[in-house]
Design a protein around this ligand. Structure first.
Ligand code: ADP
Ligand code: MG
Length: 345
């Protein structure tokens, strides 16, 4: 019987919850009641503010099971939530997982999905404290709610950028979009650069340490994580802060792999870096007086891999870009936006 596929209908909703509880739900001193009651009970930490973020992942819209494993789905699902907490400067602590499961999904698939989630929770002090489980008549549905903590009054919002601040970004941008194109068969799979780009799309690593550093050292005046694309997300900062921005095109952090990829496909690496999306890097602004602090952190590369890509300008200048010849152009906001597909010609 060992090799026989275990259908979820055999163990039922309660069997599944029991399985999750025994396999994945660790506990800590703050959790008075975890999985298994009507609600979980968490004792708040003194002098800490609470951050809460939630995301929906819907099959066919946010992920494609033809090239995403259940493990990768779980990993990325949590990764993007951690990225949201990181973008506020916080520390993720408690996780709720809601799933809508279609009938063709097997028990081992759900186990794998939880393994992907567990990969990120086990070393990060994140505890699974609850969720909800339903049957789905259509596609697979996953919704994660992550509760984080941050020292009182230290959270970094999108609205604090000021004219004259420098704009920084962690890591490299544009890789994830190239990875997605490779997965969708738009470019060759077997090249030296493919694995890295695909990995950046399927299993992005959230910039948690960087976000924490920026908050604890009070270095960033505003911050956002890049999910829709550098320009689209920078536009959010500008909108909330009532500013414009000037991007230095020759300073964009393009990876060697992306450069090689676009050389083969004929694409423009700058365009990927500006509008790619799903990079989950942190985009933040820094008061000129505090730039020295960033430089100090950059010297310790393992903590802070980031670069300056522009500056905040008055709102009437909107979002502009300057190239290496000093030519300034206005940039159109792009990136993925739900419900706006029909607007794009
Ligand atoms: P209720 O009917 O009161 O909502 P449930 O039977 O849905 O209770 O859930 C029982 C317990 O299991 C709760 O603690 C809930 O948070 C937890 N739980 C349910 N589904 C999941 C899941 N997919 N992952 C983790 N915990 C879950
Ligand atoms: Mg329930």
């Amino acid at each position: 019987m060992k090799n026989k596929v275990k259908r979820l209908s055999q163990i039922g909703e309660f069997g599944l919850i029991e399985r999750i509880k025994t396999k994945f739900a660790d506990s800590n001193n703050n959790i008075s009641i975890g999985i298994g009651d009507d609600a979980c009970l968490i004792k708040p930490t003194v002098k800490k503010d609470i951050l809460v973020t939630t995301d929906i992942l819907l099959e066919g819209i946010h992920f494609d099971l033809s090239y995403t494993s259940f493990y990768q789905l779980g990993y990325k699902g949590l990764s993007v939530n951690i990225s949201d907490i990181a973008a506020m400067g916080g520390l993720p602590r408690y996780l709720l997982i809601s799933i809508g499961i279609p009938s063709n999904i097997e028990t081992k698939d759900i186990d794998e999905l939880y393994e992907g989630i567990y990969e990120l929770t086990k070393d990060a002090d994140i505890y699974i404290v609850g969720g909800d489980t339903v049957r789905s008549k259509g596609s697979l549905f996953l919704s994660l709610t992550l509760i984080g903590e941050i020292e009182h009054n230290r959270a970094i919002s999108r609205s604090g950028a000021k004219t004259g601040d420098k704009i920084f970004v962690t890591g490299r941008t544009g890789d994830s979009r190239a990875g997605l194109e490779i997965l969708q068969g738009k470019a060759a799979m077997r090249r030296s650069w493919s694995k890295s780009l695909v990995g950046r799309h399927l299993c992005p690593v959230p910039r948690l340490l960087e976000g924490r550093m920026l908050a604890s050292e009070r270095l960033a005046s505003s911050m956002i994580d890049i999910s829709d694309g550098l320009i689209a997300d920078l536009n959010q900062i500008c909108k909330e802060s009532n500013t414009g921005a000037l991007i230095y095109l020759d300073r964009l952090p393009v990876s060697k792999e992306l450069y090689e990829y676009t050389k083969e496909t004929g694409g423009n690496p700058i365009e990927y870096a500006l509008n790619g999306g799903e990079d989950y890097e942190l985009l933040f602004t820094v008061d000129k007086e505090k730039e020295e602090g960033i430089n100090r952190m950059m010297m310790k590369k393992r903590i802070m891999d980031c670069c300056c890509i522009g500056e905040i300008v008055p709102v009437n200048r909107e979002i502009m870009a300057i190239d290496k010849h000093g030519v300034i152009k206005r940039i159109k906001k792009q990136g993925y936006e739900h419900f706006k597909m029909e607007d794009r010609k």
